[in-house]
Design a protein around this ligand. Sequence first.
Ligand SMILES: [Zn+2]
Length: 247
Amino acid sequence: MTTSNCSCCSHATTPQKQENVNGKADNDQLVISSDPEHPANLICELCRMFYNNGWVTGTGGGISIREGNNIFVAPSGVQKERMVPENMFVMDLEKQEYLRRPEIYKPSACTPLFLSAYTMRNAGACIHTHSQNAVMVSLLFDKVFEISSIEQIKALPKIVEPGNLWYSDKLVIPIIENTEKEEDLTDSLQEAIREYPGATAVLVRRHGIYVWGETVWKAKIYNEAIDYLLEIALKMKQFNIPTVKPK
Ligand SMILES: [Zn+2]
């Protein structure tokens, strides 16, 4: 049986509810499903995929999916490649209250940032990675990352009007400053969302990136396309090629 430390005197105690040792909690039916497209299953699948890409390593980064009014969020501190549906937190978006909260885990510090994408952009999913390409770009650009005239830009939405960007359009992603605690990024992330209505992502200097989309699959496509563009921008910089092509 697993033990934990008593908060008042630091001696080991036995958890009262054995079922919580494995991350189980009330409302298990919210996260246990044989449907591979269920948000709790998709978060586990995507966490493994992103771990293998080096985007979420050492428990950093996170993924959240919205299904109706329910927000699914992976917990803090769990190794991304070992995530299981029972680990998931579920929150009521409107009331911003937990419907399911596994007692042995801490909620992700990314949660208020994910909520910003849901409430301000009506996102269906939000991805946070510690991609090295994102970190490096945040060191080479000042207030915004800009790139144009690269075919991959066409994978990204205009947001302010229907449809996607064209090849020669300029992709603009704001860069905000990092803070000691992840949740303290919330105000500046919200400010960037307001200031850049066409953005579907925000870079965090020396930290990583937040990307959101209308659905989990769109968020995944945007994240992959943006990471490709960040990587190619770093290579262009090495050859002194401007990332925005003069018209
Ligand atoms: Zn982070």
